[in-house]
Design a protein around this ligand. Structure first.
Ligand code: MN
Length: 744
């Protein structure tokens, strides 16, 4: 008993020292000079937080106060925020977690700080209050955010620290918090230009949501580090000579790319780690006088391209036209002496600080750079104004709004020009047709093509930075269904859909008249019942579709034999169905392969959208009326499910000793390759004969010499599936083979 008391006192003493040590380290990390008043303010925030959290501990067992101190330190040293934000960071959890009220904060620290703390508390409530519609809450949250951007900056520091200490949380919370991070916080950090924060958030999030991929990439990166360092050193040497000769003051270094961006590349291009060539970028940071910034950067550029051949398609000048989040840099991809491409980023010290620290750093330079460089913070202010506009628009429903908002967040931009020289910003991947709709709906509707830098291009042509685009129109033109495949902007998609809907309605009116005439010619009554019989006969969705198909000639007049249809005399050939090879009726879920939550016999089904198989990382999602559905953690729906309905997520894991062969799981793979007569039978042979895997179906579509095939198979687990894909690859080395993440 006595021993215990002593050790408790000892522990308290050790912790008290540790708290003070952390607080002092926070003070040292503040890089602006503090007035006495500011010092007092920070101290009293610390004292308040210390008192408010005095009996609380984190999940890890540490005193709670470690957390607000760490958040304040991130705000000060990693984002470079000022006193107000540091104070808010220290007390951000006080109102949420203790008896202190917002009024107490207001009395002690004034209106401004109280308002920010209020915003921070509200965000907290949004995420903890788990039984309400999350999307609507996101919207409310963002509405408060746009009042004072410091709310989101401090929140990002808070989130970053929580992600850094996520290890001690339950698996369920790890998934929920990581998904929210990918869904909202990382894109927000990106939009505010906080590149370091964004990358770290993303890396930490996939560490928990895609554990195997994360482990594989980080291990492989570590294994190759020494060789990579040598390579970078050799690459840099000739550049140093040139930069010295040019008389520049500079720093040059190789920077590894984030694990997240490498994984994204692997998934996007369907390649293994070994084939990702740009695992790092080389960065040249020049120390320039304000008036010489641009000239110095281009001098450095010419030093680089004198020594290494640049890829003309991959030069990006974000110095002349900065991104709207304020990012300025000159990028070029050049060929090293061994024939490998290396990305080189050139920027000044000021640009580098802004790129790393984002929004906050703008203000530091805003005044000193006025008159020399246009205020670069316009982009961020403009963005916040736009967000506010969307938020205050009551007509958009919350989920739609979130989609729009995310579209705005995640897309990188390109800059293109009208013939008159007006600059338009469009997302990467935007086409000539997107541009046309950006100008005006009527220009979009009548677009037949474009002149790009005086060359004719089709409407589907993907624009690149700096293009000057002249839209060509024709009065005879109108939007078509296929156009939806040629646009990426929300605006263009909405306008095309609108037109098609309206057009279909008008065409259907005409189709209805045609059918009516037909009825009267054959002396049948035109009524709902009879029309419905015809709808059924042609296996069409609705009467509207029937009328439309008739008007369009998709159902030809000679097939419209009313008499024989109404009297059930089928005379139409069935459509050709996809080849079905062999079907085994062991779909999923009935046997107990998975432990859901802590419970051994909770019933569940495997989700059809991502078809999890043993070996996949999975989670359970409680549905309304359909029990628990099991998804893969990398299911494209997962991020949105987990972040919007976190409270319905439940831990799930495969049982360890699954009896193999008893149950098989459905997996879908996609194969792309060169068209070849024997391809179907060759694939069927490998799969069914050599591997004895049961195929459910195989469909192959070919187009201009290439084909795309989808094969559904029943396998035991991920290993089994991997083996099968490997076997196909061995037999057909040129094919691109990948597992389908989502079953559309
Ligand atoms: Mn917190």
């Amino acid at each position: 008993m006595a021993d215990n008391e002593v050790s408790l006192i000892e522990r308290d003493e050790i912790e008290r020292k540790e708290i003070l040590k952390k607080y002092k380290s926070l003070l040292r990390s503040i890089r602006h000079d503090l007035t006495n008043e500011q010092k007092k303010l920070i101290r009293s925030a610390f004292d308040l937080a210390l008192d408010a959290h005095k009996d609380m501990r984190r999940k890890s067992g540490e005193p709670y106060i470690y957390h607000p101190i760490a958040v304040a330190k991130i705000a000060a040293s990693e984002i470079g925020l000022g006193t107000t934000s540091i104070v808010c960071a220290l007390i951000h959890d006080v109102v949420e977690d203790s008896n202190y009220t917002l009024l107490d904060i207001k009395r002690k620290f004034g209106d401004k700080i109280a308002k920010i703390v209020d915003g921070l508390t509200k965000i907290q409530e949004v995420f903890d209050h788990t039984d309400s519609m999350q999307a609507e809450n996101f919207r409310k949250m963002l509405l408060t955010l746009s009042d004072d951007v410091r709310v989101i900056l401090v929140k990002l520091c808070d989130r970053l620290h929580n992600m850094r200490t996520l290890e001690s949380m339950s698996r369920k919370n790890q998934l929920k918090i990581s998904s929210e991070t990918l869904f909202l916080y990382a894109p927000l950090a990106h939009r505010l230009g906080l590149y370091n924060v964004k990358s770290e958030l993303e890396d930490l999030a996939i560490k928990y949501t895609q554990r195997d991929a994360y482990k594989e990439i980080s291990q492989k990166l570590n294994a190759k580090k020494a060789a990579r360092d040598r390579y970078i050193k050799k690459f840099i040497e000739p550049l140093r000579d040139g930069l010295d000769e040019a008389g520049l003051v500079y720093e040059i270094k190789g920077r590894p790319k984030s694990i997240y961006s490498i994984l994204k590349k692997m998934n996007h291009q369907g390649i293994p780690f070994e084939q990702v060539y740009d695992l790092f970028a080389v960065r040249i940071i020049v120390d320039s006088k304000p008036e010489k910034e641009k000239a110095d950067c281009w001098t450095a550029y010419s030093v680089v391209t004198d020594r290494y051949k640049p890829n003309p398609l991959r030069t990006r000048d974000w110095i002349t036209t900065p991104k709207s989040n304020g990012y300025e840099s000159l990028h070029s991809t050049v060929m090293a002496s061994d024939g490998k491409w290396v990305e080189v980023q050139i920027r000044t010290k000021r640009m580098d600080e802004i790129a790393e620290k984002g929004y906050a750093a703008h203000w530091k330079y805003k005044n000193s750079m006025d008159g020399i460089i246009q205020s670069k913070s316009e982009g961020v202010d403009g963005w916040l104004a736009r967000v506010k506009e969307v938020l205050e628009n009551p007509s958009s429903n919350a989920l739609e709004f979130l989609d729009d908002f995310k579209l705005q967040l995640i897309h990188d931009e390109i800059f293109v020009f009208t013939p008159g020289g007006d600059l338009k910003k469009l997302p990467v991947g935007a086409t000539a047709l997107d541009f046309a709709f950006e100008i005006h709906t009527e220009v979009g509707n009548k677009c037949i093509g474009a002149k790009l830098n005086n060359k004719l291009v089709p409407i589907s042509h993907v624009l690149t930075n700096g293009d000057q685009v002249e839209i060509l129109t024709s009065e005879k033109q109108h939007p078509k269904e296929e156009w939806l495949n040629s646009v990426v902007t929300g605006k263009a998609i909405a306008r095309i859909r609108n037109y098609l809907r309206e057009h279909k309605r008008i065409a259907a009116e005409e189709g209805k008249e045609i059918l009516k005439k037909r009825f009267s010619k054959e002396k049948f009554t035109f009524n709902d019942d009879n029309v419905q019989k015809i709808v059924k006969f042609f296996k069409i969705q609705s009467q509207l579709d029937l009328y439309f198909n008739i008007q369009k000639g998709l159902i030809s007049q000679d097939k419209l034999d009313i008499d024989s249809i109404l009297n059930f005399k089928p005379n139409v050939n069935k459509l050709v169905k996809p080849i079905k090879v062999k079907e085994k009726a062991s779909a999923s879920g009935s046997k107990n392969e998975i432990i859901v939550g802590e419970d051994n016999d909770l019933s569940y089904t495997l989700s059809k959208c991502c078809n999890p198989i043993p070996g996949d990382d999975i989670f359970g999602f409680i549905t309304i009326g359909e029990g628990v559905k099991i998804h893969r953690t990398n299911c494209p729906n997962a991020v949105s499910l987990m972040s919007n309905y976190g409270y319905r997520v439940i831990k799930a894991q495969w049982k360890e000793n699954l009896i193999k062969q008893e149950t098989k799981f459905l997996a879908i793979i996609k194969i792309i390759g060169i068209d070849d007569v024997g391809v179907v039978s060759s694939l069927a042979d490998i799969i069914s004969k050599n591997l004895e895997v049961n195929m459910k179906s195989i469909t192959i579509e070919s187009n201009e010499g290439t084909f795309e095939g989808t094969i559904s198979v029943y396998v035991e687990d991920t290993q089994h599936l991997d083996l099968m894909m490997k076997k196909i690859q061995e037999k057909h080395p040129t094919m691109q083979i990948s597992r389908v993440d989502i079953n559309k």
